[in-house]
Design a protein around this ligand. Structure first.
Ligand SMILES: CC(=O)N[C@H]1[C@@H](OP(=O)(O)OP(=O)(O)OC[C@H]2O[C@@H](n3ccc(=O)[nH]c3=O)[C@H](O)[C@@H]2O)O[C@H](CO)[C@@H](O)[C@@H]1O
Ligand SMILES: C=C(OP(=O)(O)O)C(=O)O
Length: 429
């Protein structure tokens, strides 16, 4: 087990290159199951979720070859091997194996997914979609059993706007007979990215990125090559770090339009930002003003940036209120920020941050989930002294080469092995 150490207080300056989007990559890899021949995915982020999914494809008989940031998936010999346990529980996106395997083999047995513990994360809308397409779905001892004699297109209205359900239904529907319409679909850029890959494989999909997606089933899908869009959440995290500690930071390989809500909020705080086609500049700013944010489905403020943004708000003058309407319990980072001296309290689904009251102090803290980890890295960069972050396996699920990228910007950050006593502390926590 390792921990991350940050000596805070060093200004960030320079440029940082953003990798491919985690939440696209983790859907595109399972989507490759649906093809009859090889699929190559470029601009792949080097994160543990990607590694786990490649291993899961090998478990079902596929072959994968990683070459730099490109992954080729050879789906020819895959079969409907049950995957009730093991790796599927280590990440959220293993739920995409349900849609992809159902679409390809008309059957699948997959364990319930893991991923960040953000409170309840049901998958009822995924299952409602599979059932509407004609699948029989049962939950037996924590594994989902899916089976269909034939998948038929259907009209599916999502009761909750869900990224995962929208993509999973697309995966199951692309080879179904006839037309599927997903109403009240999620509109995240990653959904368009998955639709683009599937279309390159020969699928007929219209409306991805709007709230109504229409899919006309085809008999077979072929191999293709696809490059993943930049990770807007990784980019947003570096923007927040730059707003907190930056002199002048250039974020490279980013789609500024995907970050409009964050850009607007940072500008409201007084951060000076310029954008062009694929870059965002953040300039040194003076005093930061407090702002309120409310997380919403895309294009609203992303819940995945709520936690790192909360850390930034501890530095702003006056009080800010952060409300998470997507996951109302996504506040596990708050206790850790308090340990570092932040004045924050949680009331219902909101965190109230008394900004600018104290200087954060380096402390021993624990990342309970991926973006809680990012929030603690932001706090560690701002704090006086050394911050030690445990639970960094969560951070490795979503941030490639974090230390390397931050060292490139002038931060003092490194990894160390934990000693036996520290490991025991973490296990007992
Ligand atoms: C791998 C991946 O892409 N993860 C992202 C995805 O997660 P994920 O796909 O799990 O999130 P959803 O968009 O499905 O969840 C949104 C909301 O809908 C609820 N819900 C969802 C499905 C369902 O069947 N029933 C239901 O009630 C959830 O509990 C949540 O409150 O979108 C989230 C919201 O942008 C992000 O935080 C995650 O980073
Ligand atoms: C919640 C997240 O991831 P996952 O859905 O994979 O747990 C995230 O990326 O912030």
């Amino acid at each position: 087990m390792e921990k991350l150490l940050i000596e805070g207080g060093y200004p960030l300056e320079g440029r940082v290159n953003i990798g491919g989007a985690k939440n696209s990559a983790v859907a595109l890899i399972p989507a490759a199951i649906l093809a009859d021949s090889e699929v190559t995915i470029d601009n792949l982020p080097q994160i543990s979720d990607v590694q786990l999914l490649s291993e899961l494809l090998e478990e079902i008989g596929g072959k994968t070859a990683l070459n730099g940031d490109s992954l080729t998936v050879y789906p020819e010999n895959m079969f409907a091997m049950p995957l009730p346990n093991g790796r599927v529980k280590k990440l959220r996106a293993s739920y995409y194996l349900m849609g992809a395997m159902l679409g390809k083999f008309k059957k699948a047995v997959i364990g319930l997914p893991g991923g960040c513990n953000l409170g309840p994360r049901p998958i009822d809308q995924h299952i409602k979609g599979f059932q509407a397409l004609g699948a029989k779905v049962t939950n037996e001892q924590g594994a989902i059993y899916l089976r269909a004699d034939e998948l038929r297109g259907a009209k599916i209205y999502l009761d909750v706007v869900s990224v995962g359900a929208t993509i999973n239904i697309m995966l199951a529907a692309v080879k179904a007979k006839g037309r599927t319409v997903i109403e009240n679909a999620a509109k995240e850029p990653e959904i368009i990215d998955v639709a683009t890959l599937l279309t390159s494989m020969g699928a007929q999909i219209k409306g991805a990125g709007t709230n109504e997606i229409r899919i006309d089933g085809v008999d077979s899908l072929h191999g293709c090559r696809h490059s993943i869009i930049p990770d807007r959440i990784e980019a947003g995290t570096y923007m927040i770090m730059a707003a907190a500690m930056g002199k002048q930071v250039l974020i490279d390989n980013v789609i500024p339009d995907h970050l409009e809500s964050l850009i607007a909020k940072l500008r409201e705080m007084g951060v000076h930002i310029e954008t062009n086609d694929d870059q965002i500049y953040i300039y040194q700013t003076g005093n930061l003003k407090g702002v309120d944010i409310k997380t919403l489905v895309y294009p609203g403020f992303p819940t995945d940036l709520q936690q790192p943004f909360t850390s930034l708000l501890t530095k702003a003058s006056c009080t800010s209120i952060v409300t998470d309407t997507i996951y109302n319990a996504r506040f596990k980072h708050i206790d850790e920020l308090r340990r570092m001296g932040a004045s924050v309290k949680v009331e219902g689904r909101s965190a109230i941050i008394n900004g600018g009251t104290t200087q954060l102090q380096g402390s021993k803290v624990r990342a309970s989930d991926l973006r809680a980890g990012a929030a603690l890295v932001v706090a560690g960069l701002m704090a006086e002294g050394i911050t030690e972050i445990s639970g960094i396996e969560h951070i490795d699920r979503g941030y490639e080469n974090l230390e390397e990228k931050l060292i490139g910007l002038g931060a003092k950050i490194w990894r160390e092995k934990m000693n036996a006593e520290e490991m025991k502390e973490v296990e007992n926590a």
